[in-house]
Design a binder for this molecule. Sequence first.
Ligand code: GDP
Ligand code: MG
Length: 596
Amino acid sequence: MTSNIRNFVITAHIDHGKSTLADRLLEITGTVEKRLMKPQFLDQLDLERERGITIKMAPVRMSYALNAVPYTLNLIDTPGHADFAYEVSRALAAVEGAVLLVDATQGIQAQTLANYESARKAGLKIIGAVNKIDVAQPDQIQNAVMDLADLIGAGTEEILKVSGKTGEGAEKLLAAIIEKVPPPKVIPNSNFGRGLIFDSFYDEHKGVVAHIRVVDGKFSINQDVCLLATKTTTKAKEIGFFLPQLRPSTELNTGEIGYVATGLKDPGKLKIGDTIIGNWKLEIGNCESLPGYAEPRPVVFVSFYPEEGDQYDELKQALGKLRLTDASLVIEPDASEVLGRGFKGGFLGRLHFEIAAERLAREFEIETVHSFPSVAYKVDGKLITNPKDFPNDYKVAEEPITRTEIVTPPEYLGAIIQLKEAFRFSEMTTETRKNKIVVKANLPLSDLIRDLDDKLKSVSQGFASFYYELIGFAPADVAKLEIRVAENEVPGLTRILPKRDISREARTTCEKLKELLPQQQFMQAIQAVVGGKIIARETIPAMKKELGNFGKNGGDRTRKMKLWKKQQRGKERLKEMGVKSQVRISASIFKELLKK
Ligand code: GDP
Ligand code: MG
């Protein structure tokens, strides 16, 4: 019965314990047997487990009885990092409630504020909970409760206290969810199924699988279904729900969260945010699509190419499938003289890009070589997203600017303001929010994606956090830095940099390349070039080949001279014809270079 369904997300700043709390809920409801339990059970990607972060939203259906009344609880665990905010926003559209979790030892952080705002805008019932009460000091718990109550406009007695580690308070949380989160709305007299597609993935046997939230009516196995955006019709080969693994069923009813396997082999047929219709033959004329989602706006651009040149088609297919599970990925073809055919990808941030590249390697076994991540520039009215297209001369260049909010305990404020030396902060303001200071400043996105994350962590011992949104473009004093190796430009290493940083970056890049590149039979010059002028250089000497000794009793000197001459000629030839391929910088070197 729809009135016994509750759909909710757990949302919080990264590391505040969402996935661990979800573990306890899975245990209490008997969804996962205790002996099969492992920490952060819903983090199912290897990559998530290794990095200890949630990348994908993870839906799971739980059954729980409160006062002898059975309920179906659909939980969606969400990622915390800003780069995955699109995942969170899509999960929010599929539920009625949100548990906003705050780690008592950390208090409210930047993402907490942002999560609260998005849950509120989505019209969700918000339940505040303070986590990690097993380790927090009583005053930390008290402060976190007060701050959270203040933020969400609730009484302090309404804030739950829980421990994802010990499970304390978890049953009370379930009861609060049942009592406070409204059941899904029922639209009367609807005789066809209509669902919001909030996520998807590709399965070799089931084809394209859509994660859906049923909004009207119901879906049944083997029923005809239609994907509205692409007008693709097919049959529901399999339907079911998440436990969190797929559990086939015969029906999905109004308000439920589950999946429909379409059997479709072309990933391009499914659009995230689209509406899926069941029984469409009867009703398609009257079918209205659901509001769906705003298109994700990529802000970080990276060109990437298969490490093995002949894997282009495989890479293309893999990207299609990856897009099903990563709706924020924007891809278009790109080609480079040196690196061959590849793609230009648009990402929501630097971490988003790193994760996508790693998923390609692990899930599809395709290693890629890629360029430095770059932002988009507006140069004399033209939008430039690939650094190699950036002109040497321009009248006005503009770059994307963020309003960045840093939340920090007061003791690190000084160190954070000092970051002005390395980052182009402007219009900085500070305000006190209970036990924390909120620093707001404008910051070019290109600075932010460089390494704000790391720098902030290191100056605040991990206590400060940030969140940002783009506020527009502003004039930028930047120039293009090109790198040449043995006279050949290496396109992936071209970057747009603030003029104030350019000679330092030029030097360090040349130095690093000198360390990383293997010696060749010929000497290699590494040059950093700005506007046609060389501003830094290093030289990798040619490999020395043992030639023997021409010395005193030099033996057959003429023979050795001949050999030497032959080698010299060989080097010349190599230099003439071989050089292009010599410049190909291997993926591992690119990766080293990209490390900060
Ligand atoms: P998420 O990023 O919000 O999903 O956070 P995780 O669930 O991955 O937890 C982050 C870290 O906090 C992990 O090391 C957990 O073991 C730890 N943690 C989570 N909840 C608790 C808790 O209630 N008490 C303690 N002591 N540690 C916790
Ligand atoms: Mg998590």
